[in-house]
Design a protein around this ligand. Structure first.
Ligand code: SAH
Length: 406
């Protein structure tokens, strides 16, 4: 056996003979591929029956006959009787239809591959001699892990249409990006980044990837949003895959919506890869659950950018957990507005700076003392402010479990 091909089964008829455990598992894979699946077996697993009820596949409840193969592009013989499987594979060979025998991988004209999917890239591993499923799975796992860890250059080598991928990189710890986010970074010809999030990941991109930092311009002001939008569109129009790497989640105070809008207006394909938002993850890493039964059932995420927000203050007064982003300078306003509106002055407050990084620091106090205490420790952005009973230091028995890795 030498040359290998990836089969395009989408929209093509696949015959599965047998409907037990093995068959059911393979059926799921065929359905995921978009194949038109027909299952022939006197009895079927619940899984197959459920798929049949949903109209995902056609189930024929009887013994297989040779005629069942007539319109198939591919045949899988997966009954628990090796003799039946062997007969089916024989029928397939007579008709020149590729087939596999689940009870004996060395029979049949096709080998089952251990496969994995990484964006638009599929990996398939087969053994060419004695089939050894555990061995090919181990090889597949190791290649897949390498790709998912960003160890493989996935940039397109052929000209293509440019596009933009907005990637949320999480709060800062590089291991908190999603698998898809990591993959997107391996596909990037251009990365447009700012200061927040897992910028450490950029150390791993190849030298000839253009990395543009829009977090700070030479005069120390961030690049205006319209210029960032223009940059994304411009590079995509040059046929580049542009990753816009953002802290946390692109759509949580990330201006991701504006960037998507700019791409759509320029007819540039755009994908959004959600990220782990600092609003929820930074408290979690500090041992603060933003909701907790009997303590807080509502969490409000707000920005301190424009001072104290009325809705947010009302939520605080009502006992909801208030999470404030970009709130360091607005802290005095928020505290004053809260206390004035009737919030308990003893409400616990936690301020977490640079969460998930080795520089993480937590300052704890209560509402009435929060400004003084933040001044004493010299709290600086980026920081998350949590106001509410969930920020009570005694709430969880141990915070050790949630301490970030260095
Ligand atoms: N899209 C981002 C938020 C961008 S607004 C997200 O979903 O996380 C920027 C603010 O996020 C900062 O001012 C700070 O309040 C907060 N922030 C982001 N990363 C942080 C971190 N690692 N530690 C503390 N606060 C952080």
């Amino acid at each position: 056996m030498t040359a290998l091909f990836g089969l395009a089964l989408s929209g093509r008829q696949v015959l599965v003979v047998g409907a037990g455990k093995v068959a059911s598992r393979r059926v799921r894979r065929f359905l995921a591929e978009g194949a038109l699946v027909r299952v022939v077996a006197p009895e079927a697993s619940d899984d197959v029956l459920r798929h049949a009820q949903h109209g995902d596949l056609e189930y024929v409840a009887r013994e297989v006959v040779a005629g069942d193969l007539d319109d198939a592009w591919f045949v899988l013989a997966a009954t628990d009787e090796p003799a039946v499987n062997s007969t089916v594979v024989g029928w397939a060979d007579e008709r020149r239809i590729f087939s596999t025998d689940a009870s004996d991988g060395s029979r049949g004209s096709a080998r089952q591959a251990a496969s994995s999917q990484h964006g638009d890239l599929a990996i398939g591993v087969v053994s060419t001699e004695t089939p050894d499923p555990a061995r090919i799975r181990a090889v597949r796992d190791s290649i897949a892990a390498h790709i998912d860890a960003g160890g493989v250059d996935l940039r397109r080598q052929r000209p293509q249409q440019g596009r933009v991928i907005l990637v949320g990189s999480g709060p800062g710890d590089p291991s908190l990006i999603t698998v898809r986010g990591r993959q997107a970074l391996s596909e990037a010809d251009v990365v447009v980044t700012d200061r927040l999030g897992a910028t450490e990941l950029l150390v791993t991109v190849p030298y000839d990837v253009e990395v543009i930092n829009v977090g700070k311009s030479p005069d120390n002001h961030p690049v205006p949003q319209h210029e960032i939008n223009d940059l994304l569109v411009d590079r995509a129009k040059q046929g580049k895959v542009v990753v816009r790497l953002k802290g946390g989640d692109p759509f949580v105070f990330g201006r991701g919506g504006e960037e998507v809008h700019a791409c759509l207006a320029a007819e540039i394909p755009v994908e959004v890869v959600p990220g782990v938002t600092s609003a929820l993850s930074v408290p979690a890493l500090a041992g603060i659950p933003v909701t907790q039964r009997q303590v807080a059932g509502t969490v409000v995420v707000t920005s301190g950018h424009a001072g104290a927000d009325e809705t947010a203050v009302a939520a605080m007064v009502a006992g909801a957990t208030l999470v404030v982003l970009m709130g360091v300078s607005a802290l005095p306003d928020i505290v004053e507005a809260g206390i004035e509106a009737g919030a308990d002055p003893q409400t616990p407050v936690a301020i977490i700076e640079r969460g998930s990084t080795p520089h993480e620091r937590i300052t704890r106090s209560v509402l009435v003392d929060a400004v003084r205490s933040a001044g004493e420790t010299g709290v600086k952005p980026p920081a998350i402010i949590v106001i509410g009973q969930v920020a009570n230091p005694g709430l969880l028995a141990s915070e050790v479990a949630a301490t970030p890795r260095s």
